[in-house]
Write a protein of this length. Structure first.
Length: 353
């Protein structure tokens, strides 16, 4: 309004406490807003006002019992019992926060002085406390009935004055009763807020104890996982020996394959030569016997090759299983370490608050 003038302005992100949980902050806008101190010279009242678009985000009258608290290097808050909320401001720098806090203290002191001055003025102008010694009772008026029937009457103007004084007195007493009711309501509101803060403190302490227990459990589980990783690493050392065995098996497989290939070539050569030697029965029998021996040898080599391939497959499967288990344990450790860091950050924030 025209009677209010801004005395200090700054930019900040505005928050309000969640009315449901009384813990979480709800942002009042997506961007920083102008937050200003206003002074009403007519009523001698100081207010903090911030407007977002066409809506008043903050409309808080400063009273002497308010306190602005710095909760971090760039964030501060104060409670407004009349608005039944808690306002929070996030500043761009610590310097802006300090300037706003200093101005809050100045305005709070000015509001206190204004209240004391108003109370002193009320006491001085209260008709119940003033003794109107300058007022003189109206002079008696002699009626026209004669001196034997003299009567005292108060003038009509005197009656009007007394009635006015009575109405004024009733009005002042009524205003005093309203102020008393307002102060009583504010006292009960502060008492209720105090009880809520005490309950929140007890709950925070209980949460701290729970977090400590959870932290100890996580530390114990982390130690168990570390031991498991050590065991897997030792198994990995054994895997190096199995790796050597794998190389030996691969080399043996290559030798067997070359031998089988050579025997197959020899069998084919013998089969091609078999047609030209049917005349010599002795050579034929010998050739057939060699052929059977070669086939038996070939069968044996194929069995050895199959056994070697099966052993190699089992070794590779076991190694892959161990690697998968190591990867899974590492992922679990990462998750636990992340949760542990979040718990530590929560404890640090709780300690700071």
């Amino acid at each position: 309004s025209c009677r209010e003038q801004p005395i200090f302005s700054t930019r900040a992100h505005v928050f309000q406490i969640d009315p449901a949980t009384k813990r979480n902050w709800i942002p009042a806008s997506k961007h920083a807003l102008t937050v200003s101190y206003f002074y009403d010279a007519t009523r001698n009242v100081y207010r903090i006002i911030s407007v977002g678009g066409t809506k008043a985000i903050i409309n808080s009258t400063i009273t002497p019992n308010m306190t602005f608290t710095k909760t971090s290097q760039k964030f501060g808050q104060w409670a407004d019992s009349r608005a039944n909320t808690v306002y929070g401001l996030g500043f761009a720098s610590e310097q802006h926060l300090s300037q706003f806090a200093e101005k809050f203290q100045e305005v709070k002191e000015a509001a206190r002085l204004a209240r004391e001055k108003s109370q002193d003025k009320t006491e001085l102008t209260n008709p119940a406390l003033n003794i109107t010694s300058h007022q003189v009772l109206p002079s008696p008026i002699i009626s026209s009935n004669g001196p034997g029937e003299d009567k005292l009457f108060r003038s009509q103007s005197a009656d009007v004055e007394i009635t006015t004084e009575k109405e004024r007195l009733k009005k002042m007493l009524s205003e005093g009763s309203v102020s008393e009711v307002q102060w009583e309501a504010e006292f009960f509101s502060l008492q209720d807020n105090n009880n809520k803060l005490v309950a929140a403190l007890h709950e925070a302490n209980a949460n701290v104890d729970q977090w400590k227990k959870q932290l100890a459990a996580y530390q114990e589980e982390t130690e168990t996982l570390r031991q498991r990783v050590a065991e897997l690493e030792s198994q990995g050392a054994h895997d190096s020996s199995s790796e050597n065995n794998k190389e030996e098996l691969s080399q043996t497989l290559e030798e067997l394959e070359m031998l089988i290939k050579a025997k197959d070539e020899e069998i084919q050569m013998l089969k091609s030569q078999k047609c030209g030697r049917w005349e010599a029965d002795g050579e034929r029998e010998e050739t057939l016997q060699k052929l059977q021996e070669l086939e038996a040898r070939n069968t044996e080599l194929e069995q050895r090759l199959h056994l070697a391939e099966q052993t190699l497959a089992e070794t590779l499967a076991e190694r892959e299983k161990i690697q998968n288990e190591v990867t899974k344990v590492a992922e679990i450790m990462d998750v636990k370490i992340f949760e542990l860091s979040e718990i530590r950050q929560g404890l640090a924030k709780l300690v700071e608050s």
